[in-house]
Design a protein around this ligand. Structure first.
Ligand SMILES: C[S@@+](CC[C@H](N)C(=O)[O-])C[C@H]1O[C@@H](n2cnc3c(N)ncnc32)[C@H](O)[C@@H]1O
Length: 278
């Protein structure tokens, strides 16, 4: 693996994450042997607006139990399990952070979803899948760590069936200047690559995708994160939360996220694009 990829994995990886998650669940009064998806919500939907954003993006596409879906940069797998549970589809999660793939598999098993979801360790720029293997592609808050966007969306095109769609929810560059670091996806600028919304559109169309829907959800994210930031500022962190993934810097990262949104240094875009059928 290249040193750039190692740095990204090092940013996310935490030692003994499985043990830490199980201990935090017990501390929060949850029974790890009888978990419900909502018990994991504070940790496994690692994007602005959490599960609400996942359900909103899902509402923009048609999903059913016959579909094979790929979640690119699946993190701890919250979206993959949510989509498998809500729509019955089969979901593969691909992620660069080996520990996340391992813990995602463990959580899926504990929720009885392991027949419908599975996780692969790998790089979104060299996906370990055949051409046209999936009906739908899905990605949330992963492209910020990827500099070669043309390669990323070309790989998505390759593994998607003609006529299939890609559902994207991403953090992009705003108009307010450079980002305040650390942020949840990077402790410093060398692993952060934000395109503007205009650049994203151009790259997607350049690869051949047709834009089906395009929403700027920055204001929604600002409101949601403002509430989160205030809560985090006032309260000691609860035992189960993103600090388990990001360590003690999580508070500063969350506060910077609020500032970056307030000062328009980042923007949020939700878009669905289609690979035309031939
Ligand atoms: C902020 S987390 C979001 C995780 C998940 N999509 C979610 O919303 O809960 C970003 C994820 O992207 C993954 N990632 C970053 N670069 C990647 C790459 N080149 N290939 C695959 N995954 C990548 C990271 O390992 C991390 O799990």
């Amino acid at each position: 693996m290249s040193s750039a990829l190692n740095s990204i994995e090092a940013h996310y990886a935490q030692q003994d994450l499985e043990a830490a998650v199980l201990a935090a669940l017990r501390d929060a009064g949850k029974d790890p042997d009888h978990l419900r998806p909502e018990d994991l919500a504070p940790i496994d939907e690692f994007h602005i607006c959490g599960r609400k954003a996942t359900l909103e993006l899902a509402s923009r596409i048609s999903l059913d139990g016959s579909m094979q879906l790929l979640d690119v940069g699946s993190g701890l797998g919250g979206a993959s399990r949510c989509l498998a549970q809500e729509f019955g589809c089969r979901v593969t999660g691909l992620d660069l952070t080996r520990e996340y793939c391992r813990v995602s598999g463990m959580l899926a098993k504990r929720l009885g979803l392991d027949s419908r979801v599975s996780y692969r360790h790998g790089d979104a720029l060299e996906m370990p899948f055949e051409d046209a293997a999936f009906d739908v592609l899905w990605t949330q808050h992963a492209s910020m760590n990827i500099s070669n966007k043309t390669r990323l969306y070309s790989e998505m095109w390759r593994v998607l069936k003609p006529g299939g769609v890609v559902a994207i929810y991403d953090i992009l560059a705003g108009t307010g200047g450079v980002v305040h670091f650390p942020v949840p996806w990077a402790r410093e600028p060398s692993i952060s690559f934000l395109d503007t919304p205009q650049q994203l559109r151009k790259t997607l169309e350049g690869v051949g995708f047709e834009i089906q829907s395009w929403q700027d959800t920055t204001d929604k994210g600002r409101l949601w994160f403002r509430g989160m930031g205030e809560k985090i500022h006032k309260q000691a962190p609860s035992s189960i939360g993103l600090h388990l993934l990001l360590g003690p810097e999580f508070r500063t990262m969350a506060q910077n996220q609020v500032r970056n949104l307030e000062e328009k240094r980042i923007a949020l875009i939700e878009t669905v694009v289609k690979r035309p059928s031939m």
